[in-house]
Design a protein around this ligand. Structure first.
Ligand SMILES: C[S@@+](CC[C@H](N)C(=O)[O-])C[C@H]1O[C@@H](n2cnc3c(N)ncnc32)[C@H](O)[C@@H]1O
Length: 295
């Protein structure tokens, strides 16, 4: 599945880069945003790009190269931004972009079980390749205590049927290990009221979101990554963050308020959202919000 960059021009315009700048792309993905920077500035801007997914790094590397840009690819969590940038000789940056979450390639048939639409191993980790230390969603659903599971599904999925779902998971795993995305989706569907099962969204949507956020500690990584970028940022530099759900957006809004106390100027009093045209062309963009802060 091809990944279409979201709020592309709004975010790159918002960074206000100029020749000679060093910019961090915390979430390279398919390299959509980085390629736009490359098209605008060629090799006069250095892009330091992160991704946990080796396939994304390769894809982004090729697209930035095709667009005539200069990329320093880093296969690591963007929460390590301070150390990683310093190790690569970049102790000061002019801007940073975080396009949070997962790409269309990952939600599509990536073989990692991010979607309830495909029958895949229940991994849900952004880390690719996986090592013996990588936490997987299968470990969580088969190992976590029922009340913790329910709290996690409620907290990160804002799922009102979290208790019923956690109970059904625990009952099911006593009979057989839960190790595929479809198996989990079926357990969830059977545990919720029929009105919810046949409702507007798939009943597994929120539980899958919760598991993905938990497995990858997405909120913790976002806080650390943005704080790290702030530390490296030169005066006058900007950070742009694109979020896709209310938990992320709330987190960024509150974090920016904190950074305002540290001399930050919030550029987007209200977050920028995609135009109706963008949403028509790319459904994935419908919940996107862009917030920008200047140091
Ligand atoms: C929404 S996609 C980015 C798409 C990209 N901006 C584009 O337009 O092609 C998010 C990417 O960030 C990566 N990612 C998410 N959280 C990460 C983290 N904490 N550290 C490093 N990479 C991360 C995912 O693997 C995914 O490839």
């Amino acid at each position: 599945m091809e990944h279409v960059p979201v709020l592309l021009h709004e975010s790159i315009d918002g960074l206000r880069l100029s020749e000679g700048a060093v910019v961090v792309d915390g979430t390279l993905g398919a390299g959509g945003h980085s390629s736009e920077i490359a098209r605008r500035f060629g090799t006069s801007v250095t892009i330091v790009g992160f991704d946990l997914d080796a396939d994304a790094l390769e894809l982004a590397g090729a697209s930035v190269k095709d667009a005539g840009g200069k990329l320093v690819p880093i296969h690591a969590n963007f929460r390590t931004i301070v150390n990683a940038c310093e190790q690569h000789g970049q102790s000061e940056i002019d801007g940073a972009l975080f396009d949070l979450g997962i790409s269309s390639m990952e939600i599509g048939e990536s073989g990692r079980g991010f979607s309830f639409k495909y029958d895949e191993p229940l991994l849900m980790t952004l880390a690719n390749p996986i090592t013996s230390e990588t936490l997987t969603a299968a470990e969580v659903v088969n190992g976590m205590r029922e009340n913790e599971l329910a709290d996690m599904i409620y907290k990160y999925g804002e799922e009102r049927f979290s208790r019923q779902i956690a109970k059904a998971i625990v009952l099911a795993r006593r009979k057989a290990k839960i190790d595929s995305s479809l198996q989990l989706a079926e357990i969830i569907a059977e545990s919720v009221p029929a009105s919810y099962r046949n409702g507007r969204i798939n009943p597994a949507t929120k539980t899958f979101q919760a598991l993905r956020i938990y497995v990858n500690d997405e909120l913790g990584a976002a806080v650390e990554g943005i704080r790290g970028a702030w530390k490296l940022l030169k005066k006058g530099g900007r950070i742009a963050v694109i979020t896709f759900h209310s938990l992320e957006d709330r987190l960024v809004k509150n974090l920016f308020k904190e950074l305002k106390e540290d001399g930050g100027q919030i550029i987007t009093k209200k977050p920028l959202i995609p135009t109706r045209k963008e949403i028509e062309e790319n459904k994935r963009s419908r919940s996107a919000k862009l917030r920008i802060i200047e140091k």
